[in-house]
Design a protein around this ligand. Structure first.
Ligand code: FAD
Length: 380
């Protein structure tokens, strides 16, 4: 596979989004600059909060600075120009990204790692009456007001979490742990999930273990319940009366942003950017994508694990593309290690059908997470 960048003098490689794969690309560029190319990074925020540590921030284990990669500093080290805006449209004919601030950002090569949008289509009212866990910066900004409401209420305060994947479950444990630390004895946490057990996709033993731990921690698990919409103060469900809440968090999976499909990029049925094994768009050879926004040739779950693993491949192939060399195909691993923190410096781990749990698992996760952050300049 050979790649031909467009003609001209100095060319522009635009990195759209500061996701897991792009931080690796930037770190590699800092170690070995790309000659003949200007690199630009576009991100709505100067930092990238690492989702794997977000529940640890909620639980009170980490200050937010320990969970954030400074994208502006990483870009500077890589010799890249940082643009603090979100891409809202792509003009593939002209080779430009339109920023939310009205700027037009031209490119000769584009790489997209903008992560997922919250999947709220099937949950009318969620955007108005609940707090989606993504975008993460919005969640972080809204969290103190939620805590203020909790502290301002003397009677029982019901926090309902809709979605029982790793994110929803970790957040439930994290909030429960924080409540124990802070003495929020009037806080009641419930998790609603469509399956009988939480953590769909993980081994049965892990899922049962998670359900037991939820019960032990005093978190109400309501499995086999599909949320159908939200009104002020209540979640409508498919089986039974609405579930009342004082606050509701929504973590129901990943959706695609609208702009890739609108631009004419080939996407899958969900609107995720279709890429080949080299992470290159199947329709536009000057465009690459990785992380949750990409629909991989070898389909894998949308997860941080695969976004991280894509980093070295993307880094290699962007460099190869810019230098006119052959691209390298990638077959993502079939199985991935998942580590689910349960709030009190205890965690569950799964690898394929294997699973473990304990405080040592949390220390293992903590070490992996901190090492990941240190690699990108975050003191941890
Ligand atoms: C609470 C929580 C816990 C999780 N725990 C785990 C876990 O333990 N293990 C696991 O594998 N997965 C976990 N996940 C899932 C994981 O977060 C995602 O799969 C992962 O973040 C995807 O990485 P990414 O690089 O695709 O995007 P992201 O990490 O979302 O990064 C995308 C970046 O692009 C920026 N961006 C967004 N839109 C634009 C735009 N239009 N223009 C420019 N920039 C943009 C964003 O601000 C962000 O900085 C968790 C998710 C959450 C919410």
């Amino acid at each position: 596979m050979r790649a031909e960048p467009r003609g001209g003098a100095i060319k522009r490689l635009l990195l759209l989004g500061g996701g897991h794969a792009h931080v690796r690309v930037l770190a590699d560029l800092a170690a070995r600059p790309l000659t003949g190319w200007q690199v630009h990074l576009v991100s709505p925020h100067r930092r990238q909060v690492y989702s794997g540590m977000l529940p640890g921030w909620v639980a009170g284990h980490y200050p937010i600075e320990a969970c954030a990669i400074r994208l502006d500093a990483l870009a500077a080290a890589a010799g890249a120009t940082f643009h603090e805006t979100a891409g809202v449209a792509l003009d593939l004919a002209r080779g430009a990204v339109l920023g939310a601030d009205g700027t037009t950002l031209p490119f000769d090569a584009l790489s997209i790692d903008t992560g997922p949008m919250p999947a709220l289509q099937a949950l009318p009212g969620a955007a108005t009456h609940a707090l989606p866990v993504r975008p993460i910066e919005q969640f972080i900004a809204a969290w103190p007001a939620l805590v203020d409401r909790l502290l301002g209420q003397c009677r029982r305060f019901d926090l309902v979490i809709v979605g029982a994947g790793a994110a929803g479950v970790e957040l439930a444990f994290a909030v429960r742990h924080r409540a124990a630390l802070e003495g929020w004895s009037h806080l009641f946490v419930s998790v609603l999930g469509a399956d009988a057990l939480p953590l769909a996709g993980m081994p049965e033993a892990t899922r049962r273990h998670a359900a037991r731990l939820l019960a032990q921690r005093g978190i109400a698990w309501r499995g086999g319940v599909r949320a159908t919409g939200l009104d002020a103060g209540q979640v409508r469900i498919d089986a039974g009366p609405p579930v009342p809440f004082d606050a509701c968090l929504v973590s129901t999976g990943a959706a695609a942003p609208a702009w890739p499909a609108a631009s004419g990029l080939a996407t899958d049925a969900g609107g995720f950017v279709r890429v080949d094994r080299t992470l290159r768009s199947v329709s536009h050879p000057q465009v690459f994508a990785a992380g949750d926004v990409a629909a991989l040739a070898d389909a894998r779950p949308k997860s941080g694990v695969f976004a991280v693993r894509a980093g070295p491949v993307l880094s290699h192939n962007l460099r190869a593309f810019c230098e006119g060399r052959a691209l390298q195909p990638w077959t993502p691993q079939r199985q991935a290690l998942y580590l689910v923190a349960t709030g009190d410096r205890h965690a569950l781990a799964t690898w394929g059908r294997w699973s473990w749990s304990g405080r040592w698992v949390w220390r293992w996760k903590d070490r992996i997470d901190r090492r990941f952050m240190r690699r990108f300049g975050t003191p941890a």
